[in-house]
Write a protein that binds this ligand. Structure first.
Ligand code: PMP
Length: 397
């Protein structure tokens, strides 16, 4: 029957690869901090696309920029110039206090591009013998799902039966500066870190650690690569998460909210001399830097330049953390700004599918390995935070 409403869950189960286990909800609309299901139920969004929706769903200025660009020019490839690309690069560099922008599409692609550039730089500038460059990464990292990014993962599920893996990486525990010092050697091209680890459960390193990493890099001629795909772009209350520590990376990988919640847009931003290791023809992407992506990215940069979202994250983040910290059944609340890893007391929710129970109370929030990751859109209000925290309190109680 062509007129019947399709059972989207059944269609997806039959025709899509089963590489996720989504909640049994079919979303059809969303605006701001709220999403609506096919059955008309509304849900407050405490996931925000894992920080891809920092400005909320369909922010009017971002949608308007995309619509305007759709009527003019969408895709050219980088074999030609377009009237959005250079301006996007300049505006993003100015916003982040960096010099040069390398466009890409996804987070994994941006991090992997930063790794490629760091290797080139090590051979050309540092004089590391070709093929010998090493990159040091942190345990419990998450940098994406490409073969090289899972090569550096310490998560069995992410790696199992996906080898052989890309060589040239050393893993040390996150937050352990002595382990980093011991691992750095003359062939080390870079240290790659998430300044706050997202997928690991919003893990903030001890104060001073990131400054010590910077110092170690300076002392040894090593690049500091910051993966700010999830923690960057106002999520923690500053444009870049490293800003909290007054620390600068040599290259930053940005993604997620750079696409304004509309489309994949990512970039590596950083030092001109480091990105200058790339020569024409050595690296690229069909869609990276396309006019539509750049128009959306420019709208994102305009919103961030107001400072309004960073401020909301700081102010409402303090409120969010204080409310979550009072909950029974919570052993720890980690994070910064409107971003929290909420550790649930052992045995508290045995036999309960926490994510489904929360959805039943009108809240989208995923439980993972005993913790909730709370990351609402930064447009959320205090009353909406109350609604979400009350739902969590209900389920944990
Ligand atoms: N880096 C970090 C820190 C991330 O959190 C993610 C996504 N969760 C990625 C990289 C990968 O981004 P994408 O899914 O767009 O490839």
């Amino acid at each position: 029957d062509a007129t019947a409403t399709p059972d989207h869950i059944a269609v997806s189960d039959r025709w899509a690869a089963h590489n996720y286990h989504p909640l049994p909800i079919v979303l059809t609309h969303a605006e701001g901090a709220w999403a609506t299901g096919q059955d008309g139920r509304r849900y407050l969004d405490f996931v925000a696309g894992y920080s891809a929706l920092n400005f909320g769903h369909r922010h009017p200025e971002i949608v308007a920029a995309a619509k305007d660009q759709l009527d003019r020019l969408t895709l050219t490839g980088r074999s030609f110039h377009n009237d959005q690309f250079g301006l996007f690069c300049r505006e993003l560099a100015e916003l982040t206090g960096t010099e040069t922008v390398l466009p890409a599409n996804t987070g994994a692609e941006a991090v992997e591009s930063a790794v490629k550039v760091a290797r080139k730089w090590a051979y050309q500038v540092k004089g590391v013998p070709d093929g010998a460059a090493e990159i040091i990464v942190a345990g419990a990292n998450f940098h994406g799902r490409t073969t090289t990014m899972v090569s550096i993962s310490t998560d069995r599920t992410a790696r199992n039966e996906f080898g052989p893996f890309t060589p040239g990486f050393t893993v040390v525990p996150f937050g352990d500066i002595d382990a980093l010092r011991a691992a750095v050697n003359p062939n080390t091209a870079a240290i790659l870190l998430e300044p706050i680890q997202g997928e690991a459960g919003v893990v903030v390193p001890a104060k001073g650690y990131l400054a010590d990493v910077r110092q170690l890099c300076d002392d040894t001629g090593t690049l500091f690569l910051a993966d700010e795909v999830q923690c960057g772009l106002a999520r923690t209350g500053t444009t870049l998460a490293l800003d909290h520590e007054g620390v600068r990376a040599d290259l930053y990988a940005l993604g997620k909210s750079l696409g304004g919640g509309l489309m994949p847009v990512s970039a590596v931003v950083g030092r001109a001399d480091v990105l200058g290791a790339l020569k024409p023809g050595e690296h690229g992407s069909t869609f990276g830097g396309n006019p539509l992506a750049c128009a959306v990215g420019r709208a994102v940069v305009r919103l961030l330049a107001t400072g309004e979202f960073q401020e909301r994250s700081r102010e409402l983040g303090t409120y969010l953390h204080s409310r979550l910290g009072e909950l029974e059944g919570v052993t720890e609340v980690r994070g910064r700004g409107l971003w929290a890893g909420v550790q649930i007391a052992e045995g508290r929710t045995t036999g309960v599918n926490v994510s489904e129970a929360l959805a039943g109370r009108g809240l989208l929030c995923k439980e993972n390995q005993g913790h909730l990751r709370v990351a609402p859109p930064l447009v959320i209000t205090r009353e909406e935070i109350d609604f979400g925290v009350d739902a969590i309190a209900d389920v944990l109680g």
